[in-house]
Write a protein that binds this ligand. Sequence first.
Ligand SMILES: *[C@@H]1O[C@H](CO)[C@@H](O)[C@H](O)[C@H]1NC(C)=O
Ligand SMILES: *[C@@H]1O[C@H](CO)[C@@H](O)[C@H](O)[C@H]1NC(C)=O
Ligand SMILES: *[C@@H]1O[C@H](CO)[C@@H](O)[C@H](O)[C@H]1NC(C)=O
Length: 774
Amino acid sequence: MSFAATMIYKTSLLLLAFMATTSFASIQKQTYVVHMDKTKVTALDTSLGSSKTWYESIMDSITKFSTQEEEQQETSSPQLLYVYQTAISGFAAKLSIDQLESLKKIDGFLSAMPDEMLTLHTTRSPQFLGLKSGRGLWNAPNLASDVIIGVIDTGIWPEHVSFRDSGMSQVPSRWKGVCEGGTKFTPSNCNRKLIGARALFKGYEAVYGRINETVEYRSARDSEGHGTHTASTAAGNLIPEASFLGLAKGSAGGMRYTARIAAYKACWTLGCSNSDILAAIDQAVFDGVDVLSLSLGGVSRPYHSDNMAIASFGAIQNGVFVSCSAGNSGPSSSSVSNIAPWIMTVAASYLDRSFPTIVKLGNGESFKGASLYFGKPVKQLPLVYGETAGGQGADYCTDGSLSLELVKGKIVVCERGINSRVGKGEQVKMAGGAGMLLINTDNEGEELFADPHILPATSLGVSAAIAIKNYVSTTKNPMASILFEGTIYGGDPAPLMAAFSSRGPSSVGPDVIKPDVTAPGVNILAAWPPNVSPTRLSGDKRSVEFNIISGTSMSCPHVSGLAALLKSVHKDWSPAAIKSALMTTAYTLDDNKAPISDASSGGSKLATPFVYGSGHVDPERAANPGLIYDITTADYLNYLCSLNYTSSQIALLSRGDFVCPTNVDLQPGDLNYPSFAVLFNANEQNITVTFKRTVTNVGKPMSTYSVQVNEPIGVSVMIEPRVLNFKKVGQKLSYKVRFVGLGGSTGSTTSSFGSLVWVSGKYTVGSPIAVTWQ
Ligand SMILES: *[C@@H]1O[C@H](CO)[C@@H](O)[C@H](O)[C@H]1NC(C)=O
Ligand SMILES: *[C@@H]1O[C@H](CO)[C@@H](O)[C@H](O)[C@H]1NC(C)=O
Ligand SMILES: *[C@@H]1O[C@H](CO)[C@@H](O)[C@H](O)[C@H]1NC(C)=O
């Protein structure tokens, strides 16, 4: 999903959610996700048969209760939408306020959270990541197809060439998933590649009413495009001659193109309901997926009140790797979502591929832009903008703002914001315009999206925008021309961090650096449903097999596919070990050997760990990382103890009898995370914090690692011991890092960054250090 569209979408969703909760809450019932104490549920399971029976009897009892209480009012039984029993313990139900109150008195009740809507946040990418056919990770023995990726998204287009199963072996016998029928979808739509498909909409329909099957498939079939795109990025077949209308020609394919795909459709026209997503996660873990890919999210919350975090914890308890998008709310700081330490949080960066255009003004000035429009150049034509193009809203080219008289046969300047980027192009075309210059504001900086415009049009950065506005306002007959250059490889340094990519530090969990890594997420080519136009505008009648879109939604499935690749090579690795391998081998230099830059500043500013985490993923190195920082479920729970969570908050996540240890001094910084987030009080000087880490040898049996440190400004870093001598594979050794804040900072919150790297021959095991004075 495009960045602008996501933003607009969010606003209207918020409005709807607001209406639903405020005006009708007192009369209407609302859906709640109810968490129950698993130990109590299990005890009752044996006497009642299943937790569903128990929840049904709870529903019965609270109906009776509320009927007595509200004799005059019309009451109906609470509706049980879902029973969750694999990744979380509890259920989703539509309840009145009184029913909720009586539910709270039931033994085993932990919490009830109102359901909410979340939003959805490649020929070139495998080669850019260093994956080559027949070599390294992509050589035959590693490509056994026993890894299953669950994609929770807008569904899938099952007939797409990316999901054909020719040459694939039988579906693994451990697989328990199904292929559900529905609108234009039958069980025969699945095959040995797409091994499962389910549609989850009970939570969505509880808010918006029954899905209209004439406008949207009430099944796993994708009517949006997003889910087909992400699934093919994670595990689509290698397609040799893929392109978007002739652009980006080359082979398209998933990161783990022999993996199986299971599609869980939980996102619909107006968003993704939390209760449906939880049902998808719960079901996928039960079905037997190895990796979960979620290109969606909401606002960050403490883990005990974040349903995605709770369900993801259940997934990793079951050995399932969970990869999520960081969000598209950059470049504002602390905008990152999906921040729980057991989730892999993925930022987005540019590939070494671009679709450049050249815009020349009548005064001779010229600017570089980007576009997926590919055709004849637009020769010098009159340029109109704002009041020379129409009435109110003409500077943004909003619906109906442009005047046919003023625009016909001319090039129109349109500012980013309000309506979608391709929608502005549609407005210009409808008014008879010959072309469009889509200009960034300060907020987008020099970020250039290549969009599939329906007329000759190009994006331009903020510096071009300033020059063009100045030219138009000071010139009597302003003119411009546009030249489309097609696909260029290796033009600008890559990777470059996308301005839209959400950033840390995480305001909810500042003791962990988020996001964790970056992966390609700008102008990504992947599969697309043939009956959804590339712009999704109703006036766009084009049909494409592949489409190019941008977002952390696109970078997340790259990492999901890479996790599947690592899982097939290292069957015994835990989700935390896979995560560690991807993080400690990530790189922070671009292809010019310069530190990775940030597009939000026009590429003039260097990106930091709060933008890319540990750096850009490097799958070939991740397959053989030397050392890993492993984390057990108990370690995560001890971390929650160190955050002073109450026992019922911890029970939500542990779903067992876990009790915080009282004899040890727990601190959040001791979580065995592969990166270091250090928090200092800005008013104190000379403060010391000491973190402990344990590394496991997964490289050569006899190996000696020595440490190299790049100290953050204002901080002294001491490591003990500075050499680790391993004698065998699987051996664990620990070390301590002491951070001493020297001067402290002046004024508001500031950060500084460094790194800690263990080196042994060809192995380099790196961790970023982010220090924040707050
Ligand atoms: C479903 O959508 C179609 C097309 O927009 C509309 O004509 C029809 O009335 C809708 N049906 C319902 C039940 O809302
Ligand atoms: C938890 O409580 C202890 C004791 O009151 C306190 O020292 C510590 O700072 C608290 N930790 C967090 C993360 O709030
Ligand atoms: C900081 O601590 C060191 C050693 O503990 C001491 O020598 C130094 O004077 C202290 N500096 C300040 C500003 O307190």
